[in-house]
Design a protein around this ligand. Structure first.
Ligand code: FUL
Length: 485
């Protein structure tokens, strides 16, 4: 072969080899199943939603109405849903869920299926509609709107019979068709037994596992809104976190096996709190907690509104543990969010801004001891690009690896925030944070799961180098973002 043609064949071989090694040929990691549905992924990214308990109880000073309360009692004097939404939006909530009907059965919208509603109230001469007012205010402010419709109904005469289940479904149909789109639907598991029940004044027992025939109800609702997130103890969109204190599990798997779970079943709180590694379904935990001791407004609790610092701690134990926060802020009997609650929310926002405003990771250089196929689209720089859709990944067999941030000079760091690329499933089992101090690496925190987001308080540490090591995972790593504050 003449020299020149041999040279050109070398060139072709070299070119082919270069092309073969371009990063584009490194396949992305296979998902670890189950993975979130697109609607669940969008829900994770909302992070904080507001819960609104407002009803007859606001006027009777109760937490649970018996079901015999007169609609005459519902008389807000200065009702203004826009004031609620303005306070929620300023705090950073992305959605609002309203108790359209609580256990007492009183409906905040003029339902065609019962007389027990705002249309029998003196408020606005029976022309008022709290659901419409709030849904409209949310839409105007760019917030999502969700509904809580208590399955237990202490007012309804048919409660406990199949006729009531039809009534309940008619109400859901009415709500979804009149006030949609609805991002989340809350099914409460409470069922205390006794009630007014159309005048029967008795105790009624239902079989929580079968009475409501949830699969049929969910199918009905999905026919109006296929993307709605169903919240209940067992999901299927999001699960209860197992307590009302604002505390998600330090280990918090988004996966759980729901076969034997149903709303209201006793003894499943711990399982709900942590989820289970290897669970068959993606059903993330939602952390519901009230800004006051009660869910409804009581003036005796005006001095007991949680402080900004308490709310910030709840943020760390909910959003900071990969859960979504659903913070209840109950309007008072004027129909306004009380001044003390507004002030607490503002203070909470100030703390979030102060403590998470400045991401020091963006100013650091980053390197990893390994990245997938040495391909730029899986490189560690993607951890600090502010884009949750890109990620640092490792080769298939690599379930432990480190990244290091380095600054030109020492920084004081307090919070380390890590996020997995959960669209590919939840992987991390354990990880640690270390700083370089006096010429050696010193461990400042360890943790278990990451999931959508994990925030670790490492105390005030002064360092120019931070190392994050994933020590164990279910499969190769795929981490979306790393932030340091
Ligand atoms: C509970 C209900 O019984 C409370 O009244 C409240 O609505 C809370 C969010 O869920 O199960």
């Amino acid at each position: 072969m003449p020299f020149s043609s041999r040279r050109s064949s070398y060139l072709i071989v070299w070119l082919l080899a270069t092309v073969a090694c371009t990063p584009k040929d490194v396949p992305p990691p296979a998902p670890v199943l189950p993975v979130p549905a697109p609607s669940q992924l969008a829900w994770h990214r909302m992070e904080m939603n507001a819960f609104v308990h407002f009803s007859i109880n606001t006027f009777t000073d109760k937490e649970w109405g018996f079901g015999a309360e007169s609609p005459d009692l519902f008389q807000p004097t200065a009702f203004d849903a826009k004031q609620w939404v303005a306070a929620f939006k300023e705090t950073g909530f992305k959605g609002v869920i309203l108790t359209c009907k609580h256990h007492d059965g009183f409906c905040l919208w003029p339902s065609a299926h019962t007389q027990h509603s705002v249309k029998q109230s003196p408020w606005m001469n029976g022309e008022g509609d709290v659901v419409r007012a709030l849904a409209t205010a949310c839409r105007g402010a760019g917030l999502e709107f969700g509904i809580y419709v208590s399955p237990w109904d202490r007012n309804h005469a048919d409660y406990g019979t199949p006729a009531y289940v039809n009534y309940y479904r008619d109400q859901l149909r009415e709500l979804f068709q009149t006030y949609g789109p609805i991002f989340e639907m809350w099914f409460d598991g409470a069922n205390g037994g006794d009630g007014f029940y159309g005048g029967a004044h008795e105790k009624r027992k239902i079989d929580g596992a079968s009475y409501y025939d949830w699969p049929a109800t969910l199918d009905l609702v999905r026919s109006f809104n296929p993307n709605v997130i169903f919240f209940s103890d067992a999901g299927p969109g999001a699960r209860w976190v197992g307590n009302e204190k604002g505390i998600a599990g330090e280990t918090n798997w988004n996966t759980i096996t729901p076969d034997t779970l149903y709303a209201g079943k006793a003894g499943i709180e711990q399982l709900l709190n942590t989820g289970s590694e290897g669970g068959t379904h993606w059903i993330p935990a939602e952390t519901d907690v009230s800004i006051r001791p009660g869910w409804f407004y009581h003036d005796r609790e005006d001095s007991l509104v949680k402080t900004p610092e308490q709310l910030f701690n709840i943020y760390l134990t909910s959003v900071g543990r990969g859960s979504t926060l659903l913070l209840n802020i109950p309007p008072d009997s004027r129909g306004l969010i009380h001044e003390n609650d507004v002030a607490a929310l503002r203070g909470f926002r100030v703390l979030l801004n102060e403590r998470f405003a400045h991401d020091l990771a963006r100013e650091a250089t980053i390197r990893a001891n390994h990245y997938r196929g040495n391909a730029v689209e899986f490189s560690p720089g993607l951890l600090i690009d502010g884009n949750p859709d890109t990620y640092w990944a490792t080769d298939d067999e690599v379930i432990s690896a480190s990244v290091e941030l380095q600054w030109p000079r020492e920084q004081i760091i307090r919070y380390v925030q890590l996020q997995e690329a959960i669209a590919l499933g939840q992987r991390v089992r354990s990880w640690k944070a270390e700083i370089f101090k006096n010429n050696k690496w010193v461990q400042v925190a360890t943790a278990t799961t990451v999931g959508y987001k994990r925030i670790l308080d490492v105390g005030d540490q002064t360092t120019a180098r931070l190392r994050i090591t994933i020590t164990d995972a279910r499969a190769s790593l795929a981490l979306a973002e790393l932030s340091v504050f």
